[in-house]
Ligand binder design. Structure first.
Ligand code: SF4
Ligand code: SF4
Length: 92
């Protein structure tokens, strides 16, 4: 899903954090799946956890110093592209 690489500033990528399922024990997974604000995908879970550096206008307040992963997890790069697109469309 790389048809559009223009950021619409929806903020979804900064309000969500992805955790690979390989890092989550079965016991923890059982706890997490009962919670609201969770979306389970094939290889990861998405947690609704807005970043404290996200402004009300969905801009990054530490743009020049943001972590490398933030640059990589856009909705048009390979990392979590499909998942982010789904969450965006759902208004997660
Ligand atoms: S999910 Fe995509 S469009 Fe929305 S803020 Fe992130 S990069 Fe921009
Ligand atoms: S540091 Fe900036 S780009 Fe990274 S999640 Fe927070 S607001 Fe988004």
């Amino acid at each position: 899903m790389k048809e559009n690489n223009e950021c619409t500033k929806c903020g979804t990528c900064c309000k969500t954090i992805f955790i690979p399922l390989t890092l989550i024990s079965n016991e923890m997974f059982a706890l997490l799946k009962m919670r609201k604000g969770i979306r389970i995908f094939e290889n990861c879970i998405a947690l609704k956890a807005p970043c404290k550096h996200l402004t009300e206008n969905n801009l990054c307040s530490i743009q020049d110093n943001k972590p490398r992963l933030c640059s990589e997890e856009t909705c048009w790069t390979d990392t979590h592209c499909k998942e982010l697109q789904e969450l965006k469309n759902e208004g997660f």
